[in-house]
Design a protein around this ligand. Sequence first.
Ligand code: GCU
Length: 612
Amino acid sequence: MKRKLTLLVILCFSICRQLAAQDPLLVNVYNRDTKTLNGKWHYIVDPYENGYYDYRQEPFDKQQNPSNNAYFRNYKPKDKTELVEYDFDKSPTLLVPGDWNSQEEKLFYYEGTVWYKKSFDYEKAKPNNRVYLYFDAVNYQADVYLNGEKLGTHKGGFTPFNFDVTGKLKPRDNFVVVKVDNKRKREEVPTVNTDWWNYGGITREVRLVEVPASFVQDYFLQLDPNNTNELIGYVQVGGEQQAGQKVQVNIPALKVKQEVVTDARGYAPLEVKVRKVNLWSPENPYLYDVNLRVNDDVLEDQIGFRSIRTEGADILLNNKPVFLKGISIHEENPQRGGRAYSEEDARILLNWAKELGCNFVRLAHYPHNEHMARMADKMGLMVWEENPVYWTIQWQNEDTYKTAERQQAEVITRDKNRASVIIWSMANETPVTPERTAFIRNLIAKTRSMDPTRLISAALEKHNINATTSTVDDPLIEDVDVLSFNQYIGWYDRLPDALSKTSWEIKQNKPVIVSEFGAGALQGLHGDKMERWTEEYQEYLYEETLAMLQKIPQLRGITPWILVDFRSPRRPLPNVQDGWNRKGLISQTGDKKKAFYVLQDFYKNFKLKDKK
Ligand code: GCU
């Protein structure tokens, strides 16, 4: 019965996604042959959006005959008399992928519009193939134009989007123009105040994806959480002739060769009986080769199969209790001091987590690039992915909710086949009001309808009952699978000597993850353990916090704040912060602080059975 329900909710998700999306998001372009548009793009900084609005503040792209000065036209003067006041090809270049802040000193603090332009030739491999222009992410709003025609707009700095450009490309001299605007706005997600750098730009990869006339557009294939002898999910055919298509699902190592036929919408549910699955886990990060075929389209993927669920206060991975030895991570390459985006960046960050002894990472506070979950699949790290519903979101604003929900849908669409991803986090430290709780409850319902196979959490806030007792009192506790919260006793709340005097009163019989604790330390600054900013203070706080948290009977995981120092405009203290949040266990030059070894030692010796 439960399985039928699971399949039903997956069907609902697929239907509402089809109805809602203009250009449905292609899944697993990661493994497709694509033409990359990475590299140098010409750019124009446009703080007054002079290339978007005419002098009466009317958008050029809404006009029948827009001026030559509408930048999206990439217009060149026909003769020496014509007036044109921009020229992409004579303008400087930025590298894509990459934020503009860390590439160009003049743009370090810039928040506003930058126009990007890339010219390219394109010959289709087969005349009736389809072509999509796919962006891994642009922060924050992207208005995209191809050969002078508007393709559309996307909002949200951390999730992929694509446009169907079939029939819009020429063999030579195509040009794509992207208006990127990273201005922070009250009604956006995240809102205006965050404790991280607002890196702007085409921050991740851009590619052209060519597929056959009908192709594997989307699929979901995961172990049924309630039956490890069955894979559940669906496949969605895109393009032409979606209905009545035969789709083969092959998993050679499981001797699975299953054929399904799509319905009128190109959709087919999957129920694949399997035996003796080599279950994915951190100790055994086994990935199966899976290929899906429809007509000429063959799409390969590497998928791990595991189950994750809770039972009372336990988190069960493949039906065995697990303790999540985690660390929080921002998407930043510290040495470059900019947005992380590459496989190499992912390797650096996740190798540090492995060196710490982690089996779990919290990718804060927004969806990271696709390399992170794919590399976590291979390295054997479980993952917490988070929607940037952070702090004071505009809870009553309908459009704000739609923006939050769409970003959640986009990251689930992209990563729902990644075994490493075990928790979808809805939010971080959001002030408790009826509107906020309704907003997040809607997100939870939507997430469960999209993906019934994973756990849901959110970083809730703690409350001090009195000087020695703390608790978590939040209506969302009833809605989440895992009760998570951030606490900073010893840093923002009293001093580290308060930690040994504090006990926690948590009544719910649910797994608890302490999703943040930490202290700032300038790497190399030494002194008394009560002296702020010394490595000794941070070390002492970690020792005392770990001792305190172990007394919480339901504790099943921690993700201390944070792996590496990261840039933040909220941290100006000269000669200590200098624009960096110093709570990292590693400095931005890659040097470990003393607290790194406290946590490493704790993970090496901690055994869940000790908790009972
Ligand atoms: C908060 C918040 C983080 C922030 C951290 C800090 O809990 O969740 O985004 O960086 O505290 O103040 O360092």
